[in-house]
Design a protein around this ligand. Structure first.
Ligand SMILES: Cc1ncc(COP(=O)(O)O)c(C=O)c1O
Length: 447
């Protein structure tokens, strides 16, 4: 493993043994402290990585060493409670035993890591069927029946969805017109170039695609825009919870209105569930919001962080792309698909418990805000996906700094004007013990 690698390997193993030897309550008691009984380690430096990756190359690094479930240790042996499920993708946290066993089972059963997309192995096909099953209500009049799988990351899936939208729009409109996309202010649909253009980047380079940005949850503005643009709207993009906009939650009535206008104008309603998907008892958030979109994008949680895999679910009449328009050749991923299937089974088996724990977390946060309205403004999100909005950006930043020092890995959005939110996305293994510990610790960190 390179310079210092052997020692790091030993330290990783020792770290994992420590995490496995303690109960969740025992680990909670030591969150934030340095685990002195673990071996000291010389970390590998970051000099060969790009500057934008983790940053701060000069300092002795304190990066990720070993993890299990929602707990992890850093190279400097500090114990953290991961409150953001990695980078929002680790549905069951780190190396969750049931998923590790599933990987072994799959390999023993002859499931391969990857192969040519023309000959998808059984788990890929079965995952597509299962995604169709969970995407539709029993009485859906026109089912979402097609899945574009085999795209590695959410960004590629978003780009694929966009290509479908533009091709479908071209079928209905003169090639001389300019299509419009309606997007919500503060959206995030990945790092490919056109989705970045949708949020204001690369403007010099992209022509003939109009982006209309609307304020989330403003029905009057949405109606005005749809009236003005009519059939020029190729698609409307929405995320049920805008994590990039301080976990703002879209109101069901707003989404239902968007649904009606999309049907009226022929626009495709595209729901990006890359953040929300799989973190719900119903798998997709929209399933409990009273509407069905034309396209759903899913990624992140689907394979719980084990090899990225993403998908677009839509109707066969909109299945307009050719094979090399959108796939990754390195992403047919039967083994990752098998993990996706196991995640679906695990969610179904434990849906009530997951919902109850998520509700306990939200109720606890709301109670905290009602006690500490002097610094906290509101709680946003749903169940495991939460944003604590502070009254002032400095308070959010200060709170985040103290949370990190206390071993609570959280994120803060406070650099854009008006943003002042600490974000959390708890992985599904959190239980009442961990949630109660976290709530108490968060309260103790308030000024
Ligand atoms: C809502 C949403 N869409 C798209 C993406 C892009 O996914 P990925 O980072 O897997 O490419 C993300 C990633 O955070 C996301 O949160």
């Amino acid at each position: 493993m390179g310079p210092g690698g052997a020692r790091i390997g030993d330290a990783m193993r020792a770290g994992l043994r420590f995490l496995d030897s303690e109960s969740p309550a025992g680990l909670c008691r030591r969150v934030g402290s340095v685990i002195e009984e673990l071996p000291d380690v010389q970390p590998i430096d970051k000099s060969a990585l790009q500057d934008s990756y983790g940053g701060d190359k000069g300092r002795l690094s304190d990066d990720f060493l070993a993890g299990r479930g929602v707990f992890y240790l850093t190279e400097q042996r500090r114990l953290y409670l991961d409150c953001t499920a990695g980078h929002y993708q680790m549905l069951f946290g780190y190396n969750w035993p049931e998923l590790l066993a599933a990987v072994e089972e799959a390999v023993e059963a002859g499931i391969v890591w990857d192969n040519h997309a023309d000959i998808p192995q059984a788990p890929v096909k079965w995952l597509a069927h299962r995604l169709v099953a969970v995407a539709n209500a029993a009485d859906e009049s026109e089912r979402l029946d097609t899945v574009l799988l085999g795209v590695c990351t959410g960004s590629v899936a978003c780009e694929a969805a966009l290509k479908i939208q533009l091709c479908c729009w071209e079928r209905r409109n003169a090639a001389t017109a300019t299509p419009a996309l309606i997007v919500l202010d503060g959206h995030y649909h990945g790092t490919d170039m056109v989705p970045q253009y949708m949020r204001g980047m690369w403007k010099r380079y992209i022509r003939n695609l109009e982006i209309v940005t609307v304020e989330p949850n403003d029905p009057d503005q949405l109606e005005r825009i749809f009236r003005a643009y009519g059939s020029r709207v190729a698609a409307l993009w929405a995320e049920p919870i805008l994590m990039n906009r301080e976990a703002l939650t879209l109101e069901p009535a707003y989404l239902q209105l968007a649904r009606r206008w999309c049907s009226e104008t022929g626009a495709l309603m595209c729901v990006d569930e890359i953040q929300t998907g799989f973190w719900q008892p119903e798998v997709f958030a929209y399933r409990s919001l009273g509407f069905t979109p034309d396209m759903v994008i899913v990624g992140k949680g689907m394979t719980a962080g084990f090899h990225p895999l993403a998908a677009v679910i839509y109707r066969s009449r909109n299945d307009v792309l050719k094979q090399y328009d959108a796939i990754n050749t390195n992403g047919s991923s039967p083994l990752a698909s098998y993990l996706g299937l196991r995640c679906l089974e695990m969610i179904a088996a434990d849906a009530l418990r997951f919902a109850a724990v998520g509700d306990r977390f939200m109720a606890g946060l709301r109670a905290l805000v009602s006690r500490r309205g002097d610094v906290m403004a509101e709680v946003r999100g749903k169940r495991h996906l939460a944003g604590i909005k502070f009254k002032r950006a400095e308070e959010a930043i200060g709170f985040h700094r103290r949370a990190l020092a206390a071993g609570l890995w959280t994120r803060v959005h406070a650099s854009c004007p008006g943003h002042s939110t600490v974000l959390m996305k708890l992985a599904l293994p959190v239980d009442d013990v961990i949630v109660d510990y976290l709530l108490g610790r968060l309260e103790s960190l308030l000024p």
